[in-house]
Design a binder for this molecule. Structure first.
Ligand code: KG4
Ligand code: ZN
Length: 340
């Protein structure tokens, strides 16, 4: 099955052509294009939804054209149009969904809807020829808007078993980067860079590790913002102290994520763990996921850095792996608050 996939849930306009053969097959990417309106949001230090939507509109047709060209295919070769239905910013989602609907009608190809959160987990099928996850499995999505843990009984039967009560881990990185380093969105890379200046030095814990001893799979990251803000009000906030706080923030978030994943493993017998989402690009988190893999002797599937942040290849991968059913164009709408 060969599909054209479209992803427009936030500030990225992305399209990809991917092919794969169902649940036991890896996914091959024939072309994969992304443009982002991020530079336009630097001044506002956060994404302005209307600005993002307007940029989506400008970029969507050129990016689809480019993707089709680079894949070396014609619309006739495509078996379906896959699109992110939600969750995300409504203005941005609408551009992708309405373009996909129009294209589906024009070229007479099935329209296949995908949940953006699931797509982050299915990025683990991209390019991994002899190395696919086994089920039952645990999935952890750690992105700018979501922090969720799901239990997969099988590849297409899952349930939500835990997540954050308030802010997502990515949002915590973003807001704290703004408070601490005056860094624009996305703040995760800025915190990671500042942390590297501290390196492996032994360091006392400064910030709280919210809910780390709680026996549930719930998390909470909003209190960390206040804790960081309070630390910045203390007098000795020089460059080194900022780096120390960035390092401790990254460590606090990763410790909570790893301990909740470990707790989920205690509660559920599984054969693999899948992670996905922008925060998975964080190298400290990746290192600790590898340590967890070793300690618990269970394979942890981590997407290539390129497929951690929003992209269309993961959206296409989800549809080809799950054999997503076609949806009637007239029954299909963007859903900004779509759940898992
Ligand atoms: O999955 P994603 O690209 O978009 C959403 O679906 O939300 O995730 C974006 C999030 C942002 O919060 C960003 O700060 C975070 O991923 N992120 C990182 C890193 N790179 C991106 N967080 C920590 N360390 C990173 N290196
Ligand atoms: Zn995402």
């Amino acid at each position: 099955m060969k599909v054209l996939a479209i992803e427009t849930s936030c500030d990225e306009t992305a399209a990809a052509v991917v092919e794969g053969g169902g649940t036991n097959s890896f996914v091959r990417v024939l072309s994969d294009e992304v443009v982002s309106s991020l530079p336009l949001h630097v001044q506002t230090k956060g994404i302005v939804p209307e600005v993002a939507a307007r940029e989506q509109l400008k970029s969507i047709i050129p990016i689809i054209d480019e993707t089709i060209k680079k894949a070396g295919v014609e619309f006739d070769d495509i078996d379906g149009i896959v699109v992110t239905r939600g969750p995300g910013l409504i203005g941005s989602l609408l551009i992708g969904v309405e373009t996909a609907k129009t294209l589906s009608k024009t070229i007479n190809k099935p329209l296949l809807p995908v949940n953006h959160l699931m797509a982050h987990l299915f990025s683990n099928w991209i390019g991994k020829e002899n190395d696919l996850p086994s089920f039952p499995a645990l999935g952890m999505i750690v992105s700018g808007g979501h922090t969720d843990i799901v239990y997969f009984e099988s590849i297409n039967k899952y349930s939500w078993i835990g997540g954050t009560r308030d802010d997502a881990a990515g949002e915590c990185f973003d807001k704290c980067a703004r408070i601490l380093l005056d860094a624009p969105y996305p703040g995760g890379p800025a915190i990671s860079e500042a942390s590297k200046k501290i390196g492996g030095k032994k360091m006392e814990k400064i910030l709280p590790r919210p809910m780390i001893h709680d026996k549930s799979l719930e998390m909470s990251f909003s209190g960390l913002k206040t804790a960081v803000l309070n630390e910045t009000k203390k007098s000795n906030l020089d460059k080194n102290r900022k780096n120390v706080l960035a390092f401790d923030l990254q460590r606090a978030i990763v410790e909570v994520l790893i301990s909740k994943l470990s707790l989920a493993l205690d509660k559920n017998e599984v054969k693999s763990i899948l992670v996905g989402g922008g925060v998975v690009a964080n190298d400290y988190f990746r290192k600790h996921l590898k340590l967890l893999e070793k300690k618990r002797d269970i394979p942890v599937f981590i997407p290539e850095i390129k497929y951690c942040s929003d992209n269309a290849a993961m959206v296409g991968a989800t549809a080809v792996v799950l054999n997503t059913k076609e949806l009637d164009v007239n029954q299909f709408f963007a859903d900004p608050s779509l759940r898992l």
